[in-house]
Design a protein. Structure first.
Length: 298
């Protein structure tokens, strides 16, 4: 199978869903962020701010009671939903109808960034998928399924999920070594997409996007400075933001990967090739979206 190139020309041929001239926040959709915890609370900020910069109209963040104030102060645009916390001070899985209350107002979900690598984030993702069978989701980092969970995850995903692993996470997902993944990243992306019936974004110096049917795209436009803490959280938030606006999982992944890399290139040009921060990426997004959206299709 051939691999298409993900570039501005491709995005121009697949524009984001058109908004009405006087669109309001309801039309642009709501993103639910389940991310972070006691160790990495900033992951929720990075993903949430990226979702808003991608044009989502509303943002809700799930967090623990003790983090409500700090997160609310640095992310005043978000509605805060508090969940119980585990003995390790991480977000706990809601019980019973609690899971329905979390997702009831969401148009897309991002789950996993900055969460502890234990079973709870994976169960959280599965519970949301079961409760809301048509809700688009970005599953990242700690919420990515284990190999033993592939069958049930595949049934629940059914093409409406985007997975965003880096090489180490892909190795755990497929029960392989990191070296095996790095040797054939495209093949691994296609394998995971088929097994899990999800769009897969295989992050790396060249990022690959694969669909369950085997279609694939490559984007070589990233820069070294994007390999920094929190960068993947921003990418996950961008994809969720585009899905909230009505983009399909594949289209949201394509736009997310391209705009994320373009933001890195712009910061590298303005600040230097290394040392820019993940928190600086979202502010580049609105201008880049205007540029790409106004570019004529060739």
């Amino acid at each position: 199978m051939t691999v298409a190139v993900l570039d501005a020309e491709l995005l121009a041929s697949t524009p984001l869903p058109r908004l009405s001239p006087n669109s309001d926040k309801e039309e642009r959709g709501a993103v639910l962020v389940v991310a972070g915890g006691a160790a990495v609370p900033g992951a929720a900020v990075l993903a949430g701010r990226a979702a808003l910069r991608a044009g989502a109209g509303k943002l809700q963040v799930v967090t623990t009671r003790r983090l409500l104030g700090p997160l609310g102060a640095v992310l005043p645009e978000a509605g805060m939903l508090h969940a119980r916390e585990t003995r390790r001070l991480e977000i706990a899985l809601p019980s019973g109808p609690g899971i329905f209350a979390l997702g009831a107002q969401a148009d897309s979900v991002v789950i996993g960034p900055g969460m502890a690598h234990r079973k709870t984030p994976r169960l959280f993702a599965r519970s949301l998928m079961e409760a809301f069978p048509f809700l688009p989701m970005v599953v990242d980092a700690a919420a990515l399924p284990s190999p033993s969970e592939a069958e049930i995850f595949s049934r629940l995903a059914n093409g409406r999920v985007v997975l965003t692993p880096h090489a180490g996470e892909m190795a755990r997902l497929l029960d392989l070594s990191r070296e095996e993944v790095l040797a054939e990243p495209l093949a691994m992306a296609r394998d995971a997409a088929g097994r899990l019936r999800s769009v897969v974004v295989m992050k790396g110096p060249v990022t690959f996007i694969a669909t369950p049917s085997g279609l694939a795209w490559r984007h070589p436009g990233g820069v070294a400075g994007l390999a920094t803490s929190g960068s993947g959280d921003v990418l996950a938030g961008l994809i969720a933001g585009f899905m909230a606006r009505g983009a399909s999982p594949l289209q949201a992944a394509q736009w997310g990967v391209y705009i994320h890399a373009a933001a890195g290139r712009r910061l590298a040009s303005n600040l230097g090739s290394l040392g820019f921060l993940a928190s600086e990426l979202p502010d580049q997004v609105p201008g880049l979206l205007d540029e790409v959206s106004s570019a004529p299709e060739r």
